[in-house]
Design a protein around this ligand. Structure first.
Ligand code: GLU
Length: 424
């Protein structure tokens, strides 16, 4: 699935994809080039090499980054990714997408992202802990509850966040819950945070289906990726009455035109030794590439970047694409999907439920007062629905697709703040 596996140079560059859409939106907004130039690139890039003692006693060095794209709207926010595909341009793109994402959902944060080039599946718990603590130490001057707030992303979970809180708290000499979100519940996490991204994908899908006049019980859906985002999106979209006909993970795709039992797939993964769909019998085995081209009404790419490209965009049959992953569609594929009349709910809107509840977690940490799950979900659903409606209104006002509309809404907001703050 990855374009960079085995050290092969990636064929698509997410940073270029981000900047192409950015340039298009800037032109429509008529934004002064001087301001655009500030927002086109990250504000700060920190790179570190982290030495870690491995279980066999050898010392390995890991390449690590934290990129702060913008802190104009508030402290920068964004996850940390552990993957062999991590590279600086990818982290830069993901950081910028966090800026636009927070602005689209009106969360008072800027954007950042972190990444460590490693294979977490091949590392022991102890090795991962030492790596995470080393990374926190290296980034101690970047992180901070009012400065830069990490969260989980691909390859990381609540456990890594717990280590970060612990290490950072030791550095500053007090419990600093609000330095990171996506924490375990007993360490200041928020109810609803684990499900938040998938839940937001479901709310976005539901809003888009209403606009397109699609009835849930007459709709089929394919979800690519069965990690936190994909699996929960599939489960909640199925609960709307939609038939999930295809799912996938790194082990391949699974297709069943009569419908896949998502709960069965979830418990299969939970009980499988490698936490994967390998050997799942609820659907016919297909490749991840075939999965994207299946006959269906809704496609939810929730795996990783650069999955829908000029090479396969023309063969996509869905009428609606809801981007659970960050950057699953390359900029050059946008035009093809547009021409085919496919509605795309872009990543910076569709998967913003996660950072929205991260914001709620940070608010709860600072208040020392914790909300019920019902309150978290109700508020997050409202944010997601309102944001969808705002972007849809912008797409009608400017006569552009949902992606460019989302960039217009967010760039306009960040650029206005930048102009007001001045300080050049
Ligand atoms: N990694 C998630 C994202 O890409 C969540 C970020 C956060 O909560 O800060 O949106």
């Amino acid at each position: 699935m990855s374009n960079q596996q085995n050290g092969i140079t990636p064929r698509y560059n997410p940073l270029e994809s981000m900047q192409k859409r950015f340039d298009e939106a800037v032109k429509i907004l008529g934004l002064d080039e001087q301001f655009a130039n500030v927002l086109r690139v990250p504000n700060k890039v920190v790179a570190a090499n982290i030495p870690v003692t491995m279980d066999d006693g050898t010392i390995k060095v890991f390449e690590a980054y934290r990129v702060v794209h913008s802190s104009h709207l508030g402290p920068s926010k964004g996850g940390i990714r552990y993957s062999m595909d991590v590279n600086l341009d990818e982290v830069k793109a993901l950081a910028a997408w966090m800026t636009w994402k927070c602005a689209v959902v009106n969360v008072p944060y800027g954007g950042a992202k972190g990444g460590i080039k490693c294979n977490p599946r091949e590392m022991s718990k102890g090795e991962l802990e030492r790596l995470t603590r080393g990374y926190t130490l290296a980034m101690r001057n970047v992180f901070g509850p009012d400065q830069d707030i990490p969260a989980p992303d691909m390859g990381t979970s609540a456990q890594e966040m717990a280590w970060i809180v612990d290490e950072y708290s030791k550095i500053v000499g007090q419990n600093a819950w609000a330095v990171v979100t996506g924490k375990p519940l007993i360490l200041g996490g928020s109810l609803g945070r684990v499900e938040a991204t998938g839940r937001g994908v479901m709310v976005s899908t539901r809003s888009a289906m209403v606009k397109l006049g699609m009835k849930p019980t007459e709709t089929t859906c394919v979800v690519q990726g069965f990690g936190n985002v994909g699996s929960i999106s599939a489960k909640l979209i199925a609960q709307l009455g939609v038939k999930i006909v295809g799912i996938s993970d790194v082990t391949g795709g699974y297709y069943n035109p009569d419908g896949i039992n998502v709960n069965e797939a979830l418990s299969y993964v939970a009980n499988s030794p490698l936490r994967s769909l390998d050997g799942f019998k609820g659907g016919k085995n297909i490749s991840n590439a075939e999965l994207l081209e299946l006959p269906c009404d809704v496609l939810v790419p929730a795996a990783m970047e650069d999955q829908i490209t000029p090479e396969n965009a023309d063969r996509i049959k869905a009428k609606l694409i809801v981007e659970g992953a960050n950057g699953p569609t390359t900029a050059d594929a946008d035009a093809i999907l547009n021409k085919k009349g496919i509605m795309v709910v872009p990543d910076i809107l569709a998967n913003a439920g996660g950072v929205t509840v991260s914001y709620f977690e940070w608010v709860q940490n600072r208040l020392g007062y914790y909300w019920t799950e019902e309150r978290v979900n109700r508020r997050a659903d409202r944010v997601m629905k309102q944001s969808f409606d705002n972007v849809f209104a912008a797409s009608e006002k400017y006569g552009v697709n949902m992606r460019i509309a989302a960039y217009l809404v967010s760039i306009d907001k960040v650029a206005s703040t930048l102009k007001l703050r001045g300080s050049f």
